[in-house]
Design a protein. Sequence first.
Length: 284
Amino acid sequence: MLEIIQDALIDTLKLIPFLFITYLIMEYIEHKTKDKTKETIKKSGKFGPLIGSILGVFPQCGFSVSATNLYAARVITLGTLIAVYLSTSDEMLPIFLSEAVPISTILKILGIKLLIGMIAGFIIDFVINIKNKNKIEEQKIVDLCEKEHCHCEHGIFKSALKHTVNISIFILLITLIINIAIHFIGEETIAGFLQDKPILGPIIAGLIGLIPNCASSVILTQMYLENVITAATMISGLLVGAGVGLAVLFKTNKGIKQNISILCLLYSIGVISGIIIEMVGITF
């Protein structure tokens, strides 16, 4: 057990410098572009799912929350909201970069998430013709930073440091859990349980993705890097995972039944997409 804890600590400490640099860059970009990003998605109109899926690929503090508030105000369509949710990657990108995952692999995963988000968004808008029902006056937008009290207004350095510490703790805990499970159960047993069942893996990953914070993407990404789950299974969970956007949806959008329907729709798309990717045998 001591060796497991030591290995987890060492692995996490190695990542901290890379995570901090990545978050610092992300915070700088966000502070320079967040207002333009919101304006772009508000003015996207019938091209909302395309714009939303593209913007969602780039990790930005609070973008899924901003999209949720825009939807609650009926400024954007349901298809655009789902496109943002599906393409949002949360902590996957900084973790991948810190672990030196090949750029080609990262681009393929992001590309698939973007494509699925865009297609699903357009289909949803086409089927229910929701844009004609979304002409209600805009409400006030609440940023993720305000929700998490990360004090982003105090500077990008402090904000990046806070995010780095939070994610490092998550990674340490998740790594410990995974390493302990692998030690007592066996890597082959765990991998075989999920990998040999192309339907069960995405279903479980989708449930993990429903966790309304960055923990879900950390868990799924670490499990993938530890070879516990396949890329298709990870993608299922990452497609479902929308950060705290889902929690804000239930708080700001009126109609519990509608919110549950959106949740089920998001989960279904993520799981079905993962199963298809698994069955087709797409590799990264």
